[in-house]
Write a protein that binds this ligand. Sequence first.
Ligand SMILES: [Zn+2]
Ligand SMILES: [Zn+2]
Length: 320
Amino acid sequence: MELLSLSILGSSSAVPLSDRSPSAQFLQIGKEYFLLDCGEGTQVKLRQHRIGFSRLKHIMISHLHGDHFYGLVPLLSTLQLLDRHAPLYLYGPKKLEVAIRQQLDITDAHISFPLHFKVLDTERKDLIYESEHLKVHSFPLRHGVDCFGFHFEEKPLARKMRKDVLEELSIPVAEIRKIKAGADWHDQKGKVYPNAHLTLEAPAPFSYAYCTDTLPVKHLHRYFSEPDLFYHEATFLSKDAQRAKQTQHSTAAQAAEIAEICKAKQLLIGHFSVRYKSFQELLEEAKLTFPNTAIALEGYRFSLDRKTRDLQIEKENEYR
Ligand SMILES: [Zn+2]
Ligand SMILES: [Zn+2]
């Protein structure tokens, strides 16, 4: 069973090309869905990936550069045409709401489903969403404008009952929940069975971190650590480090360095400058520091197996 599925809808930096789109990712964790950034053309990419629009419920916008949110108004307009009624939750910088509402007003696009905006905290890590199974935090990045990363973290899972012990001791069903939560069990004769004898360790909670656009933030590990999957922008090669600094972006080597500091298990890099025709050099540069690196190009879907935590990579054509 899949633990997580991440579809890359756009991997380019500011300029769209015929085969590359600005930033957008669609993240599925269990039955919860998140759109991360919404660059121009995102709704077309959602269709190409066969992702139903009814799954859209939470949209996170990292910052208000056009390549991260210019696809949002057209998407909202389409949702209205599709007769959506369910509320939509948008998380982003302070001016996101005014930027969206003004465009909707000017174009007379009457959105009749509720839009809820959550303004992200520019100073500190902030819990922005919580469900039974999941917590999502935002945290500030360094990009010259208010810019945020997001960390998705599974809540600790309940311990698993040992089937052999369950049968041997005839434990009443009503007790099982308490035992899974960590309780010992006392049988009718008063004998105590310690929890460690009754249960198996639950798998470690997994996490995904999304960081774009930003200069390398050396203290990122204070916001999260050991993510199973870590996306970090790598707009430039080290030979263009000066340009990266001027535009407040990172190089592939810097993305790898941050992945190492955060003790990530797997790094994904993207948001590449259109100056590079091939991404092999960017990948090789990152791999020198962080060998477990893959390129997050549009049309790719990454998933993690629940048991092994192995990363699976599929191309668009293979899962259509
Ligand atoms: Zn960007
Ligand atoms: Zn930007």
